[in-house]
Write a protein that binds this ligand. Structure first.
Ligand SMILES: CC(C)(COP(=O)(O)OP(=O)(O)OC[C@H]1O[C@@H](n2cnc3c(N)ncnc32)[C@H](O)[C@@H]1OP(=O)(O)O)[C@@H](O)C(=O)NCCC(=O)NCCS
Length: 161
């Protein structure tokens, strides 16, 4: 375990990778556990609030659009946050030559959220403050504040009291 300051640490085999156009903004009391991959590239930042917890094997990929995680939010093990889709509408052009889908970009997760193990958040999604995402949910649309959402695609089943 490498300590960055008294309350922030990075686990083993964790990778933080950026290019010259992008940054990963850590914050106070951040816990990033083992085998986590954070990639920020092509004018896309990853921005942490305070006291964020990131579980083992989580991957956050910000490319061309940023990923923001609010304060006191916890991502369990194996969560995936993906900030952009490839564009693919033209069948006569290779997908890797088609730029990105500019309609659905970026991810914003509010304060005091909990994302369950193996959940996946797709590009363009905002998760409101206090929301809970069930294990293995695939979040394709915005989730309101204090909602509990489960399944694939994730649906709101109730709200916190
Ligand atoms: C989302 C979650 C918090 C909800 O917990 P809860 O409020 O106690 O919900 P319940 O167990 O009462 O389930 C409510 C309904 O949602 C369903 N459900 C719960 N979690 C689900 C999930 N992850 N995926 C799909 N359906 C789920 C239940 O089967 C139940 O359905 P029913 O009403 O048809 O019987 C919990 O189920 C969960 O997924 N926790 C994540 C655990 C985790 O990843 N921990 C990591 C360590 S930090």
């Amino acid at each position: 375990m490498k300590r960055l300051d008294a309350w922030t640490y990075l686990g083993r085999y964790t990778i933080l990778k950026t290019d010259k156009t992008s940054c990963i903004y850590l914050n106070e009391h951040i816990s990033i556990n083992n085998y986590v991959s954070l990639f920020a590239e092509d004018h896309a930042d990853i921005i942490f609030g305070k006291r964020v917890y990131i579980g083992d094997y989580t991957t956050i990929r910000a490319s061309r659009a940023k990923v923001e995680i609010g304060s006191n939010t916890m991502l369990a093990q194996g969560v995936q946050l993906i900030s952009t889709n490839h564009a693919f509408s033209n069948r006569h052009q290779l997908i890797h030559e088609q730029d990105i889908d500019t309609l659905k970009i970026g991810i914003k997760i509010g304060n005091d959220c909990w994302l369950g193990a193996g959940s996946i958040v797709l590009p363009g999604v905002t998760i409101g403050d206090g929301a809970v995402i069930g294990a293995h949910a695939v979040v394709t649309k915005n989730i309101p504040e204090y909602a509990i959402a489960v399944g694939n695609p994730a649906k709101v089943i109730k709200f916190r009291n």
